[in-house]
Design a binder for this molecule. Structure first.
Ligand SMILES: [Zn+2]
Ligand SMILES: [Zn+2]
Ligand SMILES: [Zn+2]
Ligand SMILES: [Zn+2]
Length: 103
């Protein structure tokens, strides 16, 4: 059974060429990017650093962000390090007082 080629775990059609370095899935060339990350993990990746998995999305811009690239204003409310400087957006969302509390 070792001689059988492993199928891509994403499409289950093409033979896998490698494993995703994040989730360890076997994936075909089509579903593995240059960084060795599968399409499933790319979707979950932090859009700022692109190296860590996101934990949540920024409440202002909606981008998936990791712990390192975002600031927690209150439990479950995270703002990315770019939007944290967008005071007018934070004000609109009523988060500005939270920010000053956290500083
Ligand atoms: Zn595939
Ligand atoms: Zn993956
Ligand atoms: Zn990040
Ligand atoms: Zn943001």
């Amino acid at each position: 059974m070792c001689s059988e080629s492993i199928l891509c775990e994403v499409c289950e059609e093409k033979p896998a060429v490698g494993r995703c370095r994040i989730c360890g899935r076997y994936v075909c060339d089509e579903h593995l990017n240059k960084e060795g990350v599968c399409v499933v993990c790319v979707d979950l990746m932090c859009r700022i650093c692109n190296t860590r998995l996101s934990v949540t999305s920024c409440v202002v811009c909606g981008k998936p962000v990791c712990r390192t690239c975002s600031i927690e204003l209150e439990p479950g409310i995270r703002v990315c390090k770019y939007c944290i400087n967008d005071l007018s957006a934070l004000k609109e969302l009523g988060l500005l007082p939270k920010l000053t509390e956290n500083i």
